[in-house]
Each structure stands twice: as structure tokens, then as C-alpha cells.
Design a protein around this ligand. Structure first.
Ligand code: KG4
Ligand code: ZN
Length: 340
């Protein structure tokens, strides 16, 4: 089975061809990502209207390149999968409408994929991981702890009550005068900084749940930046990065305890999962709790179409046949516990 995946929910236009081979290394036949970072950098964040227009102009070439690199053509593809939410409405329309048009003209199944499901299943594309597992999803738009019991059976244990982790890193990076996207910029500057120099308040520590909050950390960073000088940037970045990660680690321990099933692994997902210190600290936590640890390869942590194609494959494998109605509407808001 070969699936064409299309992703354009935020600032990356991507198309990929993925197959269901048992040999993991042979699954991704192509994964073309055309980043819009250079366009949005100038504005310090994603401008939705520009993003949508650029997706429109980039999508056809991405798809052609993905098919070429996979050495295939549309007649050999079994289904077209597209991100249909959550995300920016303009971008979601580009991926969804493009996939629908191809599926109608080529007479193939259309599969609407939830972007978060794409992220959360990425590690299963790259490693053999059984259900149930504890998901820690940290992206630019979402932060969620969920017990992943099976495809479509997601028990949300906690989430952010304000910003997502990535959003918070992006905003503080901007305050520090660092380029967009802020997460990788903070990580890079932190290499030269002292992460113990500044202390940040630990959010929601006394609450007996695994909800997290990042906006207090952001405010503390703003106050610190206002009274600091340029020489402090690396130390602030390193201390702040550590505070965000520690806040997640503390609540991850709680999330492990809240799982109702015997989870065997902790699985990271989303753009922030590319952060090396975050991966290291989560690996240590997993080791201390005698749980296996997985994170996607760095290049598959941020948005890509291979994860969208793979999510469709997982659904087809589970149900034997899986397809979405051509009338399926895009959903800018589509929570993980609303996926069925
Ligand atoms: O999953 P993603 O590519 O897009 C969304 O679905 O939102 O995540 C993007 C987020 C951005 O906030 C970006 O700053 C963050 O992931 N990010 C990182 C790193 N790479 C990307 N955060 C920390 N360290 C990184 N290396
Ligand atoms: Zn994403």
C-alpha cells in the first residue's frame, strides 16, 4: 500500500509518499518539505494569509517532487491523505481541497487526517512501539499528555491551560531578539549560556493534576529581559529553556501515575521534541520509571507530510478499509479527544 500525504496546516508545505512495508527503513519513499521560515521571519511569526498563499503556490511542485522521488505516479497510489485540522484555515483548505481534487480525478480514496494524530503516530512509523503508551505532545500550537490506548482511542490526561510550549519558546525568543522560529534559536543560544543563573517559578506545581501552564514563565522572562542587558541573553535563554523543560518533566511524572493502563513507553511528538535537552531529560525520566522512551528522528518532529500519510496507513491497517467523505470539512480546531 502506497499513500500520498499532504500537509500545509501552518508554515511548511509538504508532500510525501509512504508505504506500509514491514521493513521500517523502507517506509518513507519521499518526504518533501518546503519551509516558509524565510517569509515569516521578517514578521517574527506566521502571517496566516501569506502562509495560505505560499502553500497554494508551492503545493503542486511539492507533490510532483514527492511522486518523482518515490519513483511512482498517481495511478500507483492507493489513497490521498491530507491534514484537515487543526491549524490555520487557509493552509488546511489548500491541503484538503488539493487532496480531494486528486482523489476525485484519479478515482482514489480521500482520507482527512488530524494533524495531532499525525504527530502522535510518527514514532510508530520509525520504531516498533506497542499500545498503550504515554504521549507527550509539544508543538507550536498544542501541549498534551495523553494515554494512547489504540488508534483513535486517546485518553487526554492533561494539557496546557494557556500557551503551548512551542508558542512560549517562540514568544520569549522574540523578546530576546532571536529569530523565528524561537525554539531552535533558544536551543542554539543556550549552548553558550548558564542554565542555573536565573531561577523561574515552577507553574501549577502544587496542583494534583498534569495540566501545565507556560504563560507565567513567559511573564517572568519578560520582566527579567526588561532589566537585563545583551550580555545576559545566552544565560536567560538557557535558564528559560531549562525551566520550560523542567515544568514538563515534573508534570510528566504525574501523567505516568495517572495512566489507567500498563504503559510500556513514553513517546514524544511535535516540534519541541527536536530539542536535545528535552529528549535527554525525558529519556532519564523514562529510565528512572523503567519505561521505554521514543522520540521521532529530529527531521520528523516538525511538520511533515510523511506523518500524515502514515496516520492514514495506521487507520487503513486497523479498519481494513478507511476513507473520509468528500464532503469532509476542514476543522481549524480539532482536539485530540475529538478524533474517532
Ligand atoms: O510541530 P510543529 O512543527 O508545528 C506545529 O504543529 O505547531 O512545532 C513547531 C514548534 C515551534 O514553536 C518551534 O519553536 C518548536 O516547535 N521547535 C523547537 C525546536 N524545534 C522546533 N523547540 C525547542 N527546541 C527545538 N529544537
Ligand atoms: Zn505540527
Amino acid at each position: 500500500m502506497k499513500i500520498l500525504g499532504i500537509e500545509s496546516s501552518c508554515d511548511d508545505t509538504s508532500a510525501a509518499v509512504v508505504c506500509d512495508s514491514n521493513v521500517i527503513e523502507e517506509r518513507i519513499l519521499s518526504n518533501i518539505v518546503s519551509s516558509q521560515i524565510d517569509i515569516h521571519k521578517e514578521y517574527g511569526g506566521v502571517v496566516p494569509e501569506y502562509a495560505a498563499r505560499n502553500h497554494m503556490s508551492a503545493i503542486e511542485e511539492c507533490i510532483n517532487n514527492a511522486l518523482d522521488e518515490a519513483n511512482t505516479n498517481i495511478s500507483e497510489i492507493d489513497a490521498i491523505a491530507a491534514t484537515s485540522g487543526p491549524g490555520l484555515i487557509g493552509g488546511l483548505l489548500v491541503s484538503t481541497v488539493t487532496a480531494k481534487i486528486i482523489s476525485i480525478t484519479a478515482n482514489k480514496q480521500f482520507i482527512a487526517v488530524n494533524h495531532l494524530e499525525g504527530h502522535l503516530l510518527t514514532s510508530r512509523l520509525c520504531y516498533r512501539i506497542d499500545f498503550p503508551f504515554l504521549l507527550v505532545l509539544a508543538s507550536g500550537g498544542h501541549f498534551v499528555f495523553a494515554e494512547i490506548l489504540d488508534i483513535g482511542n486517546y485518553n487526554v490526561l492533561g494539557q496546557t491551560i494557556d500557551d503551548s510550549a512551542g508558542e512560549c519558546l517562540d514568544k520569549v525568543a522574540k523578546m530576546l531578539g532571536l529569530p523565528y522560529p524561537g525554539g531552535p534559536a533558544i536551543e542554539k543560544v543556550s549552548e553558550h549560556g548558564d542554565s542555573n543563573r536565573f531561577k523561574f517559578p515552577m507553574p501549577l506545581l502544587r496542583r494534583n493534576d498534569c495540566n501545565v501552564s507556560f504563560s507565567g514563565l513567559k511573564t517572568a522572562a519578560r520582566l527579567l529581559i526588561e532589566k537585563s542587558s545583551k550580555e545576559d541573553i545566552a544565560d536567560i535563554a538557557a535558564s528559560f529553556q531549562l525551566a520550560v523543560i523542567n515544568a514538563i518533566i515534573k508534570k510528566s511524572k504525574k501523567a505516568i501515575d495517572m495512566c489507567t493502563s500498563n504503559i510500556e513507553s513514553i513517546v514524544l511528538a511535535g516540534g519541541v521534541a527536536a530539542n536535545k535537552l528535552f529528549r535527554l531529560k525525558m529519556e532519564q525520566l523514562s529510565y528512572n520509571n523503567k519505561i521505554k522512551f521514543y522520540a521521532p528522528p529530529i527531521n520528523l518532529c516538525s511538520d511533515n507530510a510523511a506523518m500524515i500519510a502514515w496516520a492514514a496507513i495506521e487507520r487503513i491497517k486497523k479498519y481494513g478499509y478507511y476513507s473520509s467523505p468528500i464532503t469532509h470539512i476542514t476543522r481549524p480546531r480539532w482536539n485530540i479527544n475529538e478524533i474517532i
